[in-house]
Design a protein around this ligand. Structure first.
Ligand code: MN
Ligand code: MN
Length: 362
C-alpha cells in the first residue's frame, strides 16, 4: 500500500463541524514559546533559545550563555543538586521580556542571552564530570559569551573557573564567593575533588591567586582553624556572617566589591545558595542557620555584577528534593536575573559586557 502524506489540515477540516458545535472554531491568539507560561513548552532558562552550537553562539554575538552542570556526586551531606539546573531554569512565574523594577531595565531587550544546554554529565564519575564541565564552559566562553553556570554541587566551580581563567589569560581572574562555607579544605575524607575543596584546587593549580579571592557569609562550624591559617597564608580575604550582623550587609558588600576590584583584571562570581538563611532557602545540601536575607544577597549580586568586569558566574548547591516550596530555586533564578539586569544596565550605558578578547577576537 502506498504511503499517504500526513495532512493535519485535512483532518482539522474534517473535524470542524463537530468542533464548531462546541464553539471551538473561533480564532484564538497563539503565543511564541518565549511568552508562554513557564510550565508550557521547552524547559530552558526563562524560555530563552536553546543554542548548544558554539558557531551559532559566536554568530549571534551572545552576551551571556546559561550552562547547566547537573552533577552532585561530590557532596558531603544531602544530595540532590544534580536536579538544580532544571529547577532554577523553571523557578519563575514570569516569562517573556521581563522588566527589572530594581534596576529599571528589560534585560532581554538589551542583552543577547541564550541557554547553551548542559554539560555531558553521567552519574558516579567525578573526574569525567569535571572534565566535561571544563570543556563545555571553555567551548561556550571561547565564543565571547559570559558563561552563567547552574549547578550542581560546588565542586563544579573548579572546572568552570579553570576554563574561564585559561581563556582570559594573560589577564587575571578573581573570585567573589558567597557561601556559608569557605570550601578551601584540602580534602573531603581523602577526596581532593569534593564540594568542600574547589577553592583550594583553584589556588593550588594557579588558576586564581589567593589574594584575588573575596569570600562573604562564612559562619557555623566549618572549616577547622588550620584551614583558615592556610587561607591567610594565601592572602585570601573573607567576611564572616558576624561582620554582616555587626556592620550591616551594605557596608560589608561595599568593602567586598572594593577588594574584588583591587587586583584581578576580571571577576567570577560564585554563589553557593546556602549563604542565604536556610529559613528562606532550605533546599540545599549543607544548610547553616543564621545566613543572609535573600534581599541582601540579591542586592549584593546587583552591586558586584554592575561594578566589576564579570567573566562568569555560577549558582550552586540548589537541591530541589529539600526545596519544599521552591523558595531556594526561586532565589537562585532571581540571583541570575539580577546579574543579567546589572549587565544590561552596563550595556545600555555603553560599557563592555561581552568579552572582546581571546579566541573570539581572532
Ligand atoms: Mn556552602
Ligand atoms: Mn560551597
Amino acid at each position: 500500500m502506498a504511503e499517504r502524506p500526513h495532512d493535519p489540515t485535512a483532518e482539522f477540516r474534517a473535524s470542524t463541524d463537530l468542533a464548531a458545535r462546541n464553539g471551538w472554531d473561533r480564532e484564538y491568539q497563539t503565543y511564541s514559546d518565549f511568552d508562554l507560561p513557564v510550565y508550557v513548552g521547552q524547559s530552558t532558562f526563562q524560555k530563552l533559545p536553546w543554542i548548544t552550537d558554539p558557531a551559532e553562539l559566536l554568530a549571534r554575538g551572545v552576551d551571556v550563555a546559561i550552562i547547566g552542570a547537573p552533577f552532585d556526586d561530590a557532596v558531603s551531606h544531602r544530595p540532590g543538586a544534580r536536579f538544580g539546573p532544571r529547577a532554577i531554569r523553571e523557578a519563575n512565574y514570569g516569562t517573556g521580556s521581563l522588566n527589572s523594577l530594581q534596576l529599571d531595565v528589560e534585560p532581554f531587550e538589551v542583552l543577547t542571552v541564550v541557554d547553551a544546554g548542559d554539560a555531558n554529565i553521567v552519574p558516579a564519575w567525578i573526574e569525567r564530570a569535571h572534565a566535561v564541565i571544563y570543556r563545555k564552559v571553555h567551548e561556550v566562553a571561547a565564543t565571547g559569551a559570559i558563561p552563567f553556570i547552574l549547578g550542581g554541587d560546588h565542586s563544579i566551580t573548579w572546572p568552570a573557573v579553570t576554563a574561564v581563567a585559561e581563556l582570559r589569560r594573560p589577564g587575571s581572574v578573581g573570585i567573589v564567593h558567597f557561601d556559608a562555607h569557605a570550601d578551601t579544605a584540602n580534602d573531603d575524607w581523602g577526596v581532593l575533588a569534593g564540594h568542600g575543596t574547589p577553592m583550594r584546587r583553584l589556588i593550588e593549580s594557579g588558576a586564581v591567586a589567593g589574594r584575588n579571592f573575596v569570600q562573604v557569609g562564612l559562619r557555623g562550624y566549618w572549616p577547622p582553624r588550620d584551614t583558615f591559617a592556610w587561607m591567610k597564608a594565601q592572602g585570601l580575604r573573607w567576611h564572616f556572617m558576624r561582620e554582616i550582623e555587626e556592620r550591616g550587609a551594605e557596608a560589608v558588600i561595599a568593602d567586598a566589591v572594593a577588594e574584588a576590584l583591587d587586583g584581578p583584571d576580571y571577576v567570577y562570581l560564585s554563589l553557593d545558595i546556602d549563604v542565604i538563611d536556610p529559613g528562606m532557602a532550605p533546599g540545599t545540601g549543607t544548610p547553616e542557620p543564621g545566613g543572609m536575607l535573600t534581599r541582601e544577597l540579591l542586592r549584593a549580586i546587583r552591586h558586584v555584577a554592575g561594578q566589576v568586569e564579570l567573566a562568569g558566574m555560577d549558582v550552586v548547591e540548589v537541591s530541589p528534593p529539600y526545596d519544599h516550596a521552591q523558595t531556594t530555586a526561586m532565589a537562585a533564578n532571581r540571583a541570575v536575573l539580577e546579574a543579567l539586569s546589572a549587565l544590561a544596565v552596563k550595556k545600555r550605558d555603553g560599557r563592555r559586557v561581552r568579552w572582546g578578547g581571546g579566541e573570539a577576537a581572532s
